[in-house]
Ligand binder design. Structure first.
Ligand code: SF4
Ligand code: SF4
Length: 337
């Protein structure tokens, strides 16, 4: 498999990475076997997160014997120094490693989050100290907001950016990635399959192959999925006219309902956790019932607090009919849970 230089980290990683969410519901033995097989097939870049429950421990168990040959990235959503420092130590333990190649601050998607992580005694201080102590090699961040990600890049404090990127969420190609490249920041493409909503794997990866500086990290649950993606990289070809028409068709159907998780609609004064509710259907496709309920149960309950004031819809740059979508997702969740 070809390798990609991950910006100023100078790390060379496989052009396809591994996203650690879908192994959460798998039994330990099966998950370890999937991760090992991905390594055997040439994947050398593995991304996970403290909040992905068992994912770090499974990846750690699978890669312990080949630690020197792989690049591991993980993340914390904590905003304070002490809590972030605890997460770093927990990640090291769960990943069974003495160092983490890239430690990312998770979901820095609004001005408050950015201000909190960079404040004195904020999470950035913890990762910087861990880097100085040799526990972490590079510092990255993930985000769902182009505006906040641009501001975060301008600080010059981060070596990698992780952002959703697929043929529906394609704005970053022009509005964000050029800024990252200007700063020589490595780009990791989150949700290459739209968080599980895009079923045409071929279209997703043919689209991404146009951006060789972006390393996609598809969530992988079976060896067959990895083989399918790798085959698409062996059998590279440009998008045909028919592919473009198919993509346009999917875009026009999904675009009206597709939440980009940018959080511009937040906060809701009633406490409705809008972006979490709107990812329910994608989560239900990828995780077990117990996993989805544990993760999104509280968010789904928050929908009952909505007073339909419409403020969120005014703020959504994608003009999503949020109140209808909240009701639709709650009804589906109730049937499902
Ligand atoms: S419409 Fe509902 S979800 Fe949106 S801001 Fe108002 S109360 Fe919150
Ligand atoms: S509902 Fe709209 S504003 Fe809110 S997170 Fe989704 S896309 Fe962004």
């Amino acid at each position: 498999m070809k390798t990609v230089r991950l910006g100023q980290t100078d790390l060379k990683v496989s052009e396809i990475g591994f996203g650690g969410i879908p192994i959460i519901p798998l039994p330990e033995k099966e998950a370890v076997s999937v991760v090992k097989s991905c390594f055997d097939l040439g994947i050398t870049f593995f991304d996970t997160a403290n909040m992905y429950i068992s994912s770090e421990a499974k990846i750690g168990a699978a890669l312990e014997a080949v630690r020197e040959k792989v690049i591991i990235a993980t993340k914390t959503a904590q905003r304070g120094m002490q809590a972030a420092a605890e997460h770093i130590d927990l990640s090291l333990k769960q990943l069974k490693t003495d160092w983490i190649d890239i430690y990312q601050l998770h979901n820095v998607s609004n001005a408050d989050a950015l201000q909190q992580v960079l404040a004195p005694k904020g999470a950035y201080e913890a990762v910087a100290k861990a880097r100085d102590a040799g526990k972490i090699r590079f510092i990255g961040f993930s985000s769902h907001s182009i505006q906040t990600a641009r501001q975060t890049l301008q600080t010059g404090l981060f070596q990698t950016l992780q952002f959703p990127f697929n043929f529906i969420e394609n704005d970053p190609a022009e509005e964000l990635f050029p800024v990252a490249r200007e700063h020589d920041v490595g780009i990791i493409g989150m949700k290459p399959l739209g968080g599980g909503l895009l079923e045409r794997t071929d279209l997703c990866f043919r689209f991404l192959q146009q951006y060789p500086h972006v390393v996609p990290i598809p969530g992988i649950r079976t060896v067959g999925e990895t083989e399918e993606i790798i085959w698409l990289y062996h059998d590279r070809r440009s998008l045909s006219e028919a592919d473009r028409k198919d993509m346009e068709g999917i875009r026009s159907v999904l675009g009206e309902k597709f939440c980009h998780r940018c959080e511009y609609c937040m906060p809701c004064e009633q406490g409705v956790q809008i972006p979490s509710v709107l990812i329910f259907q994608a989560a239900a496709k990828r995780l077990s019932r117990e996993g989805v309920t544990a993760w999104l149960g509280k968010a789904m309950d928050s929908v009952t607090e909505c007073v339909e004031c419409g403020e969120c819809e005014e703020k959504c740059p994608y003009n999503l009919p949020i109140t209808d979508l909240l009701k639709e997702n709650l009804a589906l969740f109730r049937q499902y849970a």
